[in-house]
Design a protein around this ligand. Structure first.
Ligand code: GLN
Length: 287
C-alpha cells in the first residue's frame, strides 16, 4: 500500500515528534530526500501518490530518525556557513554556533597576505575548509586523531576544491617539529563524561570522542591551550569553542599560558561559547 505526500508527512511528523522539536521539518526533509526533490516540491502537492519504493524508503528513514539518528546523518549532508558538507557518523554534526568561531577567525586572517592556520580536531573539516574558501591565500592545516574523520574531511575538501594539509595527530603530538602558525583554532570535545546532556536529543548518535574529553570536560581545552605557545608565532592567536560554563576557566588557562587580550563571544542563545586570545609573551622564545 502506498501513500499520498500529505498523509505521509503527517504520519512522519507524528512519529518523529517523540524525539525531535522540529518533527514537521524533519519529515519534510526526509520525504524530499526520498523523492530526490527540493523541499519546496512537496508543498502544494499533498495528494500526489508516492511510489511504493519511495514510501518504503521514507518509512525506514523515519524509523532511523527515532533511534535517534540525526537528520544530517540520514541525508548525508549539512549546511555550514552557506556551504554544503558531507556528514557521517564519523564526526559531529556541524553546529550553527561553530560559525561564530569561523567569524572570529576570519577577523584575524588577512585577505591579501599569507597566513598559516591550524584547525585542531577538524572532524568533518568544516572550519578548515570554510577558512580556506574565505581566505584563499592562507595555508590551512587540519588535524584529527581519528582516521575516519580525516577521510570525511578530505572528501569535503575535495568537494569544495579547498587545498588543505591534513595530518593524523592527537592534538599537537604528530605535528612536524618546528611547525608554527599565526592562528590556531579548535572546536574540541568539552562536555564532561558524566553530564546528563550527553544522553539528550541526538547526542547519543554522535561520536563520543568528539563530544567528551574526560571526566572534567576540560581535558582537551587544557591540552590545546597549554601547548599552544609552542606552535604559535609571538603575537599569534588562539580561538577555541567551549562550554557555556567554561569561559572563566578557559580565560584563566589562557592567562596562565602567556595569552592576553582575551575576548569571549556569546552564541545565538546568549551563552559564552567561543574565546579568542593573543599570545603576548612567547615564553619559549630564546629559552
Ligand atoms: N556544542 C555542542 C553541543 O552542544 C558540543 C560540541 C563539542 O563538544 N565540541 O552539542
Amino acid at each position: 500500500m502506498s501513500e499520498q505526500i500529505g498523509t505521509a508527512l503527517r504520519w512522519g511528523r507524528d512519529r518523529i515528534s517523540a524525539c525531535s522539536e522540529t518533527a514537521r521539518l524533519d519529515a519534510e526533509l526526509l520525504l524530499a530526500f526520498c523523492l530526490d526533490k527540493p523541499r519546496s516540491y512537496i508543498y502544494g502537492r499533498p495528494e500526489q501518490e508516492l511510489s511504493e519504493s519511495c514510501w518504503q524508503k521514507y518509512q525506514e528513514l523515519v524509523q532511523k530518525r527515532l533511534e535517534p539518528t540525526p537528520i544530517a546523518y540520514l541525508l548525508g549532508r549539512r549546511e555550514f556557513y552557506s556551504m554544503e558538507f558531507a556528514a557521517t557518523p564519523a564526526a559531529l554534526v556541524p553546529r550553527p554556533e561553530t560559525e561564530l568561531l569561523v567569524e572570529l577567525a576570519l577577523e584575524q586572517i588577512p585577505i591579501e597576505a599569507t597566513c598559516r592556520v591550524c584547525d585542531l580536531g577538524t572532524g568533518s573539516g568544516i572550519i578548515a575548509i570554510t577558512l580556506k574558501k574565505q581566505r584563499p591565500l592562507t595555508s590551512v592545516y587540519a588535524t584529527d586523531v581519528d582516521p575516519d574523520c580525516l577521510v570525511l574531511a578530505r572528501a569535503n575538501a575535495v568537494r569544495h576544491g579547498a587545498e588543505i594539509e591534513f595530518i593524523e595527530s592527537d592534538w599537537y603530538q604528530q605535528l612536524p617539529r618546528g611547525m608554527v602558525f599565526d592562528l590556531i583554532v579548535s572546536n574540541p570535545p568539552y562536555i564532561a563524561a558524566n553530564h546528563p546532556f550527553l544522553a539528550q536529543g541526538d547526542l547519543p548518535a554522535e561520536p563520543e570522542l568528539a563530544l567528551t574529553p574526560g571526566t572534567t570536560g576540560l581535558e582537551a581545552l587544557e591540552q590545546i591551550v597549554s601547548h599552544a605557545r609552542d606552535y604559535l608565532v609571538s603575537g599569534g592567536y588562539l580561538i577555541v569553542e567551549h562550554g557555556y560554563d567554561q569561559q572563566a576557566t578557559v580565560a584563566d588557562l589562557l592567562k596562565a599560558h602567556g595569552f592576553g587580550e582575551i575576548r569571549c563571544v556569546t552564541d545565538y542563545n546568549g551563552l559564552p561559547r567561543t574565546s579568542l586570545a593573543k599570545l603576548v609573551e612567547n615564553l619559549n622564545s630564546g629559552a
